[in-house]
Design a protein around this ligand. Structure first.
Ligand code: UFG
Length: 350
């Protein structure tokens, strides 16, 4: 099986490439490196070699922006001519900062939506019609403290979420245009954190992290003084927001399960939540991190962050029943593995 992975050098992409290679898939990775580092995939190879020196892994990495239609077409054309067509695509490539998406919507729509249109156009042209798409829980419109089911209405409130929802809608239209051929999974991620247990690959954000977990690990490693917690008066048990944190390796494994689900089943389009189904508050996350790693994280409280919700938790029952998958790692593992990565790599990949 030959799989194209777009954005495979990023945080979730690199962990997924590792699992794909472990499982014997041949992969071609394309990445523009605007928000990732080519060292991540070198480290993936190092991890695999440290487990078994003799095994040969089949990976090709190409610097390519999905908006470059000519190069994308050439890639598919070459694969087609060499009689090594792609069997499926795992599509991670995209920009992911809610904050930046509000500052530069043009860029976000261009990369996330136009880039996806380019990709789907060449996939269709070269008869590759199986795709696993990186979507997000941020597409949901209603957060009323109930676990979110896939049929919850779609109504994202920020540009980033709107681009994800637009690609989901586009995939629905593509599917409807040719339901005999297309196989599509939209994976709606909750809050991926942690790192591979080796500590060799992990999240390496550019600049000041927007998300809580890399912020905590950067405080722990001494890069930042303290964590600011956004709000202490939310309608939750301890007054801080609740999220569904999922170990990035569980998420990576979910992609391989989704891919295999598509390859083994009839044509369809399906949306699946990838979360643990368990909500944890910001204070619980901080306390767990402190306990398992024996490190104090100085905190301060500030006002609520615009656009936050009290509680965002997955109902993951559909993913569990469809995918032969379930999240195996707990919050302690996420905190331990995430700290191992950060402590071994204080500057990330730089
Ligand atoms: N938080 C802080 N301090 C920080 C950063 C975050 O208190 O410095 C809090 C937030 O207020 C929130 C929680 O930590 O309560 C989690 O915030 P993140 O920014 O880590 O994650 P979000 O839940 O806001 O968003 C994440 C991804 C989105 C994705 C969404 C899906 O960043 O891309 O989950 O639910 F769409």
């Amino acid at each position: 099986m030959r799989i194209l992975v777009t954005g495979g050098a990023g945080f979730i992409g690199s962990h997924t490439c590792l699992v794909l290679l472990e499982k014997g898939y041949e992969i071609v990775v394309i990445d523009s490196y605007v928000n990732s580092n080519n060292k991540s995939l070198e480290r993936v190879i190092d991890i695999l070699k440290s487990a078994d020196q003799t095994v040969k892994f089949n990976i090709k990495v190409i610097n390519l922006d999905i908006r470059d239609q000519k190069k994308l077409d050439q890639l598919f054309c070459d694969s087609h001519n060499l009689r090594t067509p792609f069997n499926a695509v795992i599509h991670f490539a995209g920009l992911k900062s809610v904050k930046d998406s509000l500052i530069d919507p043009l860029l976000y729509w261009d990369v996330n939506v136009n880039g996806s249109i380019n990709l789907l156009r060449v996939m269709n042209k070269y008869n590759c019609r199986t795709i696993v798409f990186s979507s997000s829980a941020t597409v949901y419109g209603i957060f009323n403290n109930e676990p979110l089911k896939e049929n919850t209405s779609i109504n994202p409130i920020n540009t980033y979420g709107q681009t994800k929802a637009a690609v989901e809608q586009f995939l629905t239209d593509i599917y409807s245009s040719n339901p005999e051929e297309w196989k599509i999974v939209n994976l709606r991620y909750f809050n991926p954190i942690g790192a591979h247990e080796s500590g060799m690959i992990g999240e390496s954000p550019l600049g000041i992290p927007n998300n809580i977990f890399p912020f905590i690990t950067q405080v722990a490693v001494g890069k930042r003084d303290k964590l600011t917690i956004f709000g202490d008066n939310w309608p939750t048990l301890d007054g801080t927001c609740i999220r569904d944190y999922i170990h990035v390796m569980d998420l990576a494994e979910g992609h391989i399960s989704a891919l295999e689900f598509l390859l083994e089943n009839k044509n369809q389009i399906i949306n699946l939540n990838l979360g643990t189904g368990h909500g944890k508050s910001v204070l619980e996350l901080v306390k767990t991190f402190e306990q398992v790693n024996n490190i104090k994280i100085p905190i301060e409280f500030s006002g609520r962050r615009r656009g936050d919700y009290a509680s965002v938790v997955a109902d993951n029952s559909l993913a569990i029943s469809c995918l032969n998958w379930y999240p195996k790692r707990c919050l302690e593992d996420m905190c331990k593995d995430g700290w191992k990565w950060q402590s071994l790599n204080p500057q990330g990949y730089n």
